[in-house]
Design a protein around this ligand. Structure first.
Ligand SMILES: Nc1ncnc2c1ncn2[C@@H]1O[C@H](COP(=O)(O)OP(=O)(O)OP(=O)(O)O)[C@@H](O)[C@H]1O
Length: 274
């Protein structure tokens, strides 16, 4: 991939003597929308924390927009939007005061965009933040991450607490109707939401990146190897624990391309976590 906006190289993060991220390397091109997928505890939040510079890796490094994550310049911070899984908000302010307070720190803050997003997500602006429901607090952090029109968005389960209507509005607000290129990593367990918006998927399991590829390539080329076949080692993306099932990339085993059907995202998730 060229023109990378987000890079990681040999990223390893240890917590309590355990590698919660292990030797992760990837490059994400400008304009990609990457769904970050994995089971609970797989390392998704830890990876996003390393990318934003909130966690310091024990080995390797990562960068955003060419700037080391641990030393992000103000210029890069202004182009970045991040929603943490558990947002850190000022409970004593009203939602509107909160938006204004953060907006003052961003030269690129767009008040009209901010209020339009808040209205679109039905955010009760007059309420104290501490009195907002969990879902409304999540909406507030989404508006905070988007109002300065960032070029890079890192979202850690941004829709987990949103009702289906709000989720739909959120997805539309981010992914449609805007004539600009944004590079996004979004972690979510709601695969049906991801399926509609991603260009790429990254699967992570026990701190290791299993695969990062375009969703189109996965749909077209990833197959379960037929029982009894012996796919070449290079074509095997993942073997289940018992070793009797293999997920393969048929670009590297074209002779098996027609042997089975395309997988849904749910099925891919199951295969990669079997
Ligand atoms: N502050 C911490 N101290 C010690 N271990 C931690 C800490 N934060 C996370 N971990 C561990 O790191 C591993 C990865 O956690 P992480 O939160 O990155 O996973 P996740 O994929 O985001 O999970 P989920 O889908 O449940 O949000 C887990 O085993 C978790 O227990």
């Amino acid at each position: 991939m060229t023109d990378s906006v987000i890079r990681a190289s040999g990223l390893t993060l240890r917590r309590k003597h355990i590698d919660v991220l292990h030797d992760i390397s990837f490059e994400i091109p400008a304009g990609a929308v990457v769904g970050l997928v994995g089971r609970n505890g797989a390392g998704k939040s830890s990876l996003l924390q390393c990318l934003t510079g909130l966690a310091a890796p024990d080995a390797g490094h990562c960068e955003l927009l060419g700037c080391p994550s641990l030393d992000l310049s103000d210029a890069v911070r202004e182009r970045l939007g991040y929603v943490a899984q558990t947002p850190d908000l000022f409970g004593w302010m009203s939602a509107e005061e909160h938006l204004r307070a953060i907006g003052r720190a961003y030269p690129r803050w767009d008040e009209a965009r901010c209020l339009a997003l808040a209205a679109r997500l039905d955010l009760p602006l007059a309420h104290k933040v501490r009195d907002l429901s969990g879902g409304d607090q999540q909406k507030l952090s989404v508006v905070l991450a988007l109002a300065h029109d960032p070029d890079v968005l890192l979202f850690d389960e941004p829709v987990a607490s949103l009702d289906p209507l709000s989720r739909r509005e959120f997805m539309r607000a981010i992914f449609s109707g805007e004539d600009r290129e944004r590079t996004v990593i979004i972690s979510s367990h709601i695969l049906s939401d991801l399926e509609r918006v991603v260009t790429h998927l990254a699967f992570i399991r026990s701190g290791r990146l299993q695969v990062l590829d375009s969703w189109d390539a996965m749909l077209e080329h990833y197959r379960v190897a037929p029982a009894g076949s012996e796919p070449p080692g290079a074509a095997i993306v993942w073997r289940n624990k018992a070793g009797e099932r293999a997920l393969i990339d048929t670009r590297l085993a074209p002779e098996l391309a027609s042997a089975s059907r395309a997988l849904t995202l749910d099925e891919l998730f199951m295969e990669l976590n079997a």
